[in-house]
Design a protein around this ligand. Structure first.
Ligand SMILES: Cc1ncc(COP(=O)(O)O)c(C=O)c1O
Length: 416
């Protein structure tokens, strides 16, 4: 099937949940995707942060192929070789004690929310005063299930599905005073993305994270850091919270963990983990042999090739080049980022939409989030030469729009 026939069939057969761009990718190598006509696209989005090692990485491919030949799935009724190996690695890099494996970010988040409720119940049974409410942040995105979407801020994602979980209090992002005012022993957890992704690439401030940690410690509530987008190397450290020197009680990961094979995980302290007993939570596919083999390979490759240092270095170069561009481009409001999680906020939503589309037409893949923010989540193997291609293209496009605007303005003045 070609692009046109796939588009026609999907329009008829699939639920109308995605607005896909009209491109059909059939293969990929390194940081490039290739479409049905053989054209190459520089991918600065990596499947929304998942294809961390790019495409066709030999060691990852080998690990997946080897596992495919051995065993794809057995269920959580039995042991297999991958889960303990993966959990060993995840606990070592995170500083947390225990791991729950699942299949997606939303599922990991759902597990974290349930753990917070179960943990609070355990504390209540031990005579402590702690409630069942959650604190979440404005502009947060935690996923789409009924639980996850209850803690996701955007009205568009929430309102059609009301009534949601009623006990979620939203606090303005990075507003320490508001957090202190809102928090009480009615809350079982403070929920936050260490770096907000869909909300427009906003790192939480050290003051806010410190206050959240202190407040949770004061009542026994859990501090839960969603690192589904910012974790597993994306910011140049294994976890974004490691930039702050603050350990959450729980963190959730997904996107890059298995390099494009669907997987999620919730990691937590021993104390939090003890709230779950057999039967309280589970999933059929979670932590299956294929996903575990892929995740082990991803973590081992990142470690072996010192990829965290590379992400930090090339990310700093990228941000630096964008900030230099911002000085000469009034359309850029702000450049934000950590490692290879980068947002360029423009002053105008229409312009941001046009630039994202025009970059795509120039075979550079990015996306727009939060209306005005150009989002870059490239594969970790990105090199400086790719950054140069992207920033030069962005610079050209912004200049083109700037001169068009000036022409319109000049025309207006002449005719006025
Ligand atoms: C911070 C964050 N949390 C949760 C999710 C949901 O993850 P998934 O789409 O894998 O269910 C996402 C997805 O974009 C995310 O960025």
């Amino acid at each position: 099937m070609n692009l046109e026939s796939i588009q026609a069939a999907e329009k008829k057969l699939l639920l109308n949940t995605y607005e896909r761009n009209p491109y059909l990718f059939t293969t990929g190598k390194g940081v490039y995707l290739q479409d049905e006509n053989g054209d190459q696209y520089l991918d600065l989005l990596s499947g929304i942060g998942c294809s961390a090692l790019g495409y066709g990485h030999p060691a990852l491919e080998d690990a997946i192929i080897e596992q495919t030949k051995k065993l794809l799935h057995t269920s959580n009724l039995f042991f297999h070789e991958g889960t303990a190996e993966l959990a060993l690695r995840l606990t070592e890099i995170s500083g947390l004690d225990r791991v729950y494996l699942c299949n997606s970010g939303t599922e990991a988040w759902e597990a974290a929310m349930k753990l917070a409720r179960a943990h609070a119940l355990k504390l209540r049974e031990a005579g402590r005063t702690i409630g069942t409410k959650f604190i979440a942040l404005e502009h947060s995105f935690h996923g789409r299930t009924m639980g996850s979407v209850s803690t996701t801020h955007k009205a568009k994602y929430r309102e059609p599905f009301a009534p949601l979980i009623p006990s979620v209090d939203f606090v303005p992002f990075n507003d320490v005073a508001a957090l202190r005012a809102a928090f009480s022993n009615e809350h079982c957890a403070i929920l936050l993305e260490t770096v907000q992704g869909e909300g427009g690439i906003h790192p939480v401030s050290p003051e806010f994270l410190t206050a959240a940690r202190e407040l949770c410690d004061s009542t026994g509530a859990l501090l839960i850091a969603d690192e589904i987008q910012c974790g597993i190397g994306r910011t140049g450290k294994w976890f974004a919270y490691q930039h702050y020197g603050i350990l959450p009680d729980v963190t959730t990961i997904a996107k890059p963990i298995a390099g494009g094979v669907p997987m999620g995980a919730m990691l937590c302290t021993e104390a939090a983990a003890s709230a779950f007993t057999p039967g309280m939570h589970g999933t059929t596919f979670g932590g299956n042999p294929l996903a575990c083999a892929a995740a082990i390979a991803v973590l081992d490759i990142i470690k072996r090739d010192d990829i965290l240092a590379h992400v930090a270095e090339v990310g700093a170069y990228f941000i630096d080049r964008l900030r230099t561009l911002a000085q000469s481009q009034p359309a850029i409001k702000e450049v934000r980022g950590l490692g290879l999680m980068i947002g360029v906020e423009l002053n105008d939503a229409t312009l941001a939409g046009n630039i994202a589309r025009e970059l795509m037409e120039r075979r550079i893949i990015i996306n727009r989030t939060s209306d005005t923010v150009l989002r870059f989540l490239p594969p970790y193997i990105l090199e400086r030469k790719h950054v140069d291609i992207a920033v030069d293209a962005l610079s050209q496009l912004l200049s083109l729009h700037e001169s068009n605007n000036t022409a319109v303005l000049a025309g207006g003045i002449t005719h006025g």
